[in-house]
Write a protein of this length. Sequence first.
Length: 206
Amino acid sequence: MHPHDQKIYLASKSPRRRELLRQISVDFELLLLRDQSGRVADVTELVLPGEAAAAYVHRVTREKVDAAMQTILARHLPLRPVLTADTTVVIDQDILGKPASPAEASTMLHRLSGRTHQVLTSVALRRGDAIWQITQRSDVTFGSLPEESIRAYCASAEPYDKAGGYGIQGYAASFITHMAGSYTGIMGLPLFETAQLLRQAGLRVP
């Protein structure tokens, strides 16, 4: 990468991460790990037996950034730094992934109702063989959610591509009575920590 070239790859399907990078004026190109031929598989996000949430989100993010680098090399793309991230929601030490059905989303929201849970987002940046990584934690408290609110939310499109079955940037913001940590981290990309990684890799951040 030439010193004047400040563009990175973002290896993420999340539209929220794209919005957040644009918010801090990072020049990026989207890199999807699976191409049309299907020869490059996405990283599996299965939790290993006995794996703690912090270890899980760190491992998955590291696997994503390694797979992204392999994709860059396999496709003979210009060599640039590549950024990946993974977010998980944790309650009672249980990892809540992305719900696959209204029933699963409803179960998650019932668990979160009236309680405090944790949101962990790990971010990794790889430039050549060098990797920088950081995991950010936020605590989020939901008020008691009426049954009709849960039912209406699960009938919308919002819960189904988000860890824990909700997105803070949408209607679910009205569920939250208190949060401690990073709003952008809960969205999926903590900007303070991400800017730190970019600077450590020699990239300019306004």
